[in-house]
Design a protein around this ligand. Structure first.
Ligand code: SF4
Ligand code: SF4
Length: 499
């Protein structure tokens, strides 16, 4: 049998793989479980649906290359592609969030953490609890872990932050692991000595920046001054300190997160411009979480998914325009989806993966030693509901925590293959659902997608991205490719694997 005949007969034996589709403009985006996509017109989709794609045609070749038509020879390659996409499942909890205090020196209208006042020192994590937390976090099976300091304002409990880093480094060395530390701070308690210590100990620094001064200061109050001025002054100083140490400013700069309120929806360009002005290379346009104080102030803060999408599209198109004109800034929500759409990898963003990271990808440790599926589960606890409590550092092992019935329930509730609506959705290979959000908003850890705002937002964002991909403007495709490049930041990494 000639090579040509062999190829022809293998195409003839091709079977149609599981696929899903959705209409975008005049075409359909068709996707499969291992994340490949193709745009088909109605006639082509009908051929695929009816199993009548003619072997040897360019359409058959394209569908075979992308795993929509499968022969026995393709099975191993497709299984390997799928395995790579869900490789996060083999790593266990890699993100360990430590709430070292609930105390905070700022008062934010939407506070997710349900802060405590500066006098409430009983909400500080103690040194013995901190050591137990670090020992549990580092007992996770992955050889690379991130310890993230949250609050409250973590710098209020500075002694415990520094002790955790030092204890964590000693344990990582004993165990031969790689560890990263990340501090999420409003920066108002920063000083030169603390900055020097953080730089010497390679602690990554992130902050909250809610847009221009009037917006930021409207939502974040600090006694005797402007919260915005504290934040941007230290953002500039920290970025300058990175440059003084010869660190590449494209890789090393303060990362900022915005909380998007109803007021922000009217000012998408102002928000983006502020991020560019402060030297940020990324902005994360995430909808407001309905947890913490924000839950009680919904009239002043909340909005519908439709309102958020209108804001998102305007901000996103503006960000693309800036990039076209030479200002490099990426939008993180888009970059998460695009990484899944355009590359063989999953970026392991805990809230947009299937199943989500609750307990199996991340764990949150409260100041008092209570352990939660994630920081959002802890915030629900602060509102008086223990649904996401999965153990205590002084009485449970890591194995007991990650195999807790609540962790299993959340994994089931966020596994999109079994969720009505998601199981048939073209965006299933790239999407995620949040059981804590669903529980808080819809009274059930399983989403009710037709009325779920988060689903509407994710669907709208992915529609927007696929429209751009279908248009195929080379300049936009080039920007998207830059956004999905993986950039290592070794200066934040303590690598003890070979010691
Ligand atoms: S429950 Fe929600 S917040 Fe928690 S890890 Fe899952 S998606 Fe993220
Ligand atoms: S959450 Fe919505 S957009 Fe995402 S896969 Fe499910 S149905 Fe599709």
């Amino acid at each position: 049998m000639s090579a040509a005949t062999r190829k022809q007969s293998s195409i003839q034996r091709a079977k149609t793989n599981l696929f899903r589709y959705r209409k975008i403009g005049s075409k359909y985006v068709v996707t499969n479980d291992h994340g490949a996509y193709v745009f088909l017109d109605e006639a082509e989709l009908t051929l695929l649906l009816n199993g009548r794609v003619k072997p040897g045609t360019p359409l058959a070749e394209d569908l075979t290359a992308k795993g929509f038509l499968v022969t026995d020879a393709d099975i191993e390659r497709i299984a390997a592609d799928y395995d790579r996409r869900v490789s996060f499942l083999y790593r266990g909890p890699v993100l360990h969030i430590l709430v070292v205090t609930l105390r905070c020196n700022e008062v934010c209208r939407y506070c997710h953490a349900s802060r405590a006042s500066l006098e409430q020192t009983e909400t500080d994590m103690t040194v013995p609890t901190a050591e137990k937390v670090v020992d549990m976090a580092l007992s996770a099976p992955s050889d690379t872990l991130t310890i993230e300091f949250q609050g409250g304002e973590p710098m209020v409990n500075w002694e415990v932050v520094t002790h955790i880093v030092e204890h964590g480094l000693a344990r990582a060395k004993d165990l031969g692991k790689r560890v990263m530390f990340s501090l999420v701070s409003n920066l108002s308690l920063m000083d030169e000595d603390r900055l020097k210590w953080l730089l010497e100990h390679k602690v990554q620094i992130s902050t909250s920046l809610d847009g221009p001064q009037d917006l930021h200061d409207h939502f974040r109050k600090i006694a005797g001054g402007s919260a915005y001025e504290h934040t941007v002054r230290w953002m500039r100083r920290i970025n300058e300190a990175y440059r003084e140490r010869g660190m590449d400013p494209d890789l090393y700069h303060v990362e900022a997160l915005a909380t998007i309120t109803a007021d922000h929806l009217k000012r998408p360009r102002d928000l983006v411009d502020e991020y560019v002005k402060q030297g940020c290379r990324a902005i994360f346009l995430r909808p407001l979480d309905p947890f913490g104080f924000a839950k009680h102030q919904t009239e002043r803060l909340a909005y519908t998914g439709r309102d958020f999408l209108a804001f998102y599209r305007e901000a996103f198109d503006y960000i693309l325009d800036l990039n076209r004109r030479g200002t490099e800034i990426l939008e993180r929500l888009a970059a998460i989806f695009l990484t899944k759409i355009l590359t063989p990898d999953d970026p392991n963003y805990m809230d947009i993966r299937s199943p989500c990271g609750a307990g199996i990808g991340q764990i949150a440790y409260n100041y008092d030693g209570n352990i939660f599926t994630c920081d959002e589960g802890r915030m629900v606890h602060q509102m008086g509901d223990e649904a996401f409590l999965i153990g205590r550092v002084d009485t449970n092992s890591l194995q007991e925590v990650v195999t807790h019935d609540t962790v299993k329930a959340l994994a089931m509730a966020s596994c999109l293959d079994s969720i009505p609506g998601c199981a048939e959705c073209a965006y299933k290979p790239y999407c995620g659902t949040c059981p804590v959000y669903n529980y808080t908003e819809q009274g059930n850890i399983f989403p009710q997608n037709p009325t779920n705002d988060r689903c509407a937002i994710y669907m709208g964002v992915q529609d927007h991205l696929f429209r751009y991909l279908m248009d195929g403007d080379p300049q936009v495709l080039d920007i998207f490719r830059r956004w999905v490049e993986v950039k290592e930041r070794p200066e934040y990494l303590h690598d003890h694997r070979s010691l």
